[in-house]
Design a protein around this ligand. Sequence first.
Ligand code: ADP
Ligand code: MG
Length: 378
Amino acid sequence: MSFLENFLPELIVESPGRINLIGEHTDYNFGYVLPTAIEKRVTFRFRKNNSLNQCHIYSLGYTIGFDLRLDRISKSEVEWENYILGVLNELLKRTDKLRGFDCIIESKLPIGSGLSSSAALECGLAFGLNKLFDLGLSKMDIIRLSQLAEHTFVGTQCGIMDQFASVMSQKGHVLLLDCKSLEHTQIPISIAPYKMIMLNTKVSHNLASSEYNTRKIECEEGVQIVQQKFPEVMSLRDATRSMLEQCGAEMSQTIYNRCSFIISENDRVLSAAKALQDNNLKLFGELLYQAHTGISELYEVSCPESDFLVDFSKEYDTVLGARQVGGGFGGCVLNIVHKDAVDQYIKEATKAYKDAFGISLEAFEVRPSSGTYISHEI
Ligand code: ADP
Ligand code: MG
């Protein structure tokens, strides 16, 4: 009999996706980001199965089985299994308290759409097992080991934002996070009479993972050049516009553009956080547009589909700003739309997008929501 039948969970964990209002690719440059969790999430149902080290995990239509011994855990050929195995590997390095368990994973979060289903998966699993076996890990431990799992088993050299946002967010707030010090401020957010509308391009160009790692290396190259004149610069977070201008002749146009984007983007995050606190939504919207221009022209991680939707929104007075969210090359575009215009805007954007690309986009509203939480426990 399948373990799915008569499955009575001891623990149910909800692990949300996130949007990042602004601050793209700044996290691995130790800069600033402004994310929040959203209501769309991954649900984990856990139970212990009384075995010493056997576990079964169901997701995406099938069950995988593992032996919970560190020397039995190795990378899989199947991408999604590596998120799971990576987390188990990190947990087993830290504790000997894990025992056999079963888990059913169900998700309402679009996958590969820039809403960080990956961090939701890693952090939800780590959070649930921490609770189920009383491992004594802090939220920060869960964040860090999930990030490490993605580095070592999946191979994406991600920053810390996605895991941090998935675990630490609070309902009704955005998180201003300094990715160097990890100091963070919860900023209450109200953008009435506007709403945050996501338009999912439904494209996920498979450049994303390799280009992500390439961008990281390009930024490190930029840092090395700046360091020759300014040894105190440890990451692009520490570099100023004036430093970059003084070192510009030493670097290729591509490296210059990458550095230029990150330096401006860090400033934009701080300006955007202040604009939200001052309720200056017009400025906030303009900063989103500026960010997208940089994403597209300087950092070169956009795509025709995302550019189309951002350009389309500029024709509407009822949209204050828009930009592609996430690592890039498709996924979702965030739009700040007046509440009275939402339905009409979605209708017209959907038609225009279908005419241009033959794809039916998906539209939904997002609201700042709470980070990983337990919804059921016996
Ligand atoms: P994003 O994090 O923006 O959604 P990524 O490419 O970083 O995009 O991560 C998507 C990957 O995460 C999927 O290809 C899959 O391997 C894994 N994943 C996400 N959600 C699930 C899920 N519910 N079950 C299994 N694997 C998942
Ligand atoms: Mg991801």
